[in-house]
Design a protein around this ligand. Structure first.
Ligand SMILES: NC(=O)c1ccc[n+]([C@@H]2O[C@H](COP(=O)([O-])OP(=O)(O)OC[C@H]3O[C@@H](n4cnc5c(N)ncnc54)[C@H](O)[C@@H]3O)[C@@H](O)[C@H]2O)c1
Length: 273
């Protein structure tokens, strides 16, 4: 019988906390959260208390990695590459949620994972269509376009938006904040655009993937539309996401996507491309 997968969670915010609770309740005998780490120590201690385990909080990232078989990163795009690299160098697997931070380092990470014979898991997150995109890529793709429409409050505090358009909470109509390549989009909106990064990596790359970002005062959900034009046909998906209750910038589907990826890691039968 397979041994219980020991999981360390880095980042105990909306995603990290939800994941820890779901793993505790739904993965008994298969996976277990053995360690938590957050730069805000209080968050890690609070989560450990909710989970009802003692000695769960690691003193640093290195000791978390040491105790885990699989590390789940749920921090910030600025740190995800460094956390993934350290994890792989220690001979452990990693699941990354802050995918925007990996885009220009994908090749390096891939080589390192190969050299260490470890895995990097990148969940589809708040987006549908990655399965069809991966299949289409085996033929020829002519265009991939993502249109992301979010409620105005999702862009609160984004410097680029404030400087170029003013306070988004004063918008009276839908406003196109960005139109260009995914490569540029992830640099300007690192916290809002993980979906552009995963779409680029699964498809035709960040230079060639088109992205539009729209702020709307009329909606409450995060909406992602994907259009793919390929040799195999046309593909269109629309995902209307409900925001995570603890972080309106995060879609709840991102948590469930990580849970589904974890099942894929554990299950003998793999469904979907
Ligand atoms: N892949 C996707 O589709 C998707 C969807 C939503 C969010 N995300 C990304 O997932 C990440 C987590 O999202 P969230 O909603 O939980 O954010 P959050 O702000 O609720 O939580 C992030 C936590 O990470 C901690 N943290 C920050 N830097 C750290 C570091 N260097 N080491 C340890 N802890 C650190 C913070 O203190 C905080 O507790 C973000 O980068 C977000 O952009 C990805």
């Amino acid at each position: 019988m397979r041994k219980v997968l020991k999981i360390g969670i880095v980042g105990c915010g909306a995603i990290g906390s939800s994941l820890a609770k779901i793993i505790k309740n739904d993965f008994k005998g298969k996976a277990k959260v053995v360690c938590l780490f957050d730069i805000d120590k209080n968050k890690a201690f609070q989560l450990a208390q909710v989970l009802g385990y003692n000695n769960l909080v690691a003193k640093d990232l290195r000791s978390l990695i040491k105790k885990s078989h699989l590390v789940i990163e749920a921090t910030h795009a600025h740190f995800s590459y460094a956390i993934a690299r350290k994890t792989l160098l220690s001979g452990k697997d990693i699941m990354v949620m802050s995918i925007g931070g990996l885009l220009d380092k994908y090749e390096n990470l891939s080589k390192l994972a190969l050299r260490k014979n470890r895995h990097v898991y990148l969940p589809s997150g708040a987006l549908c269509g990655i399965d069809g995109l991966k299949a289409s890529r085996e033929g020829k793709i002519t265009m991939v376009r993502l249109t992301t429409t979010k409620p105005v409050f999702a862009f609160k505090g984004v410097e680029y938006v404030l400087q170029k358009f003013g306070n988004p909470e004063n918008f009276k109509k839908e406003t196109v904040l960005f139109s260009g390549s995914a490569e540029k989009a992830v640099k300007i909106f690192p916290q809002n655009i993980n979906v552009a990064a995963v779409l680029s990596m699964a498809g035709i790359g960040a230079k060639n993937t088109c992205v539009r970002i729209i702020a709307s005062p009329f909606i409450k959900r995060n909406i992602h539309e994907v259009e793919i034009y390929a040799q195999s046909g046309k593909l269109y998906t629309k995902t209307e996401n409900i925001a995570h209750p603890d972080n309106p910038k995060t879609s709840f589907l991102a948590v469930l996507s990580a849970v589904a990826t974890l099942r894929k890691v554990l299950e003998p039968i793999q469904i979907g491309t």
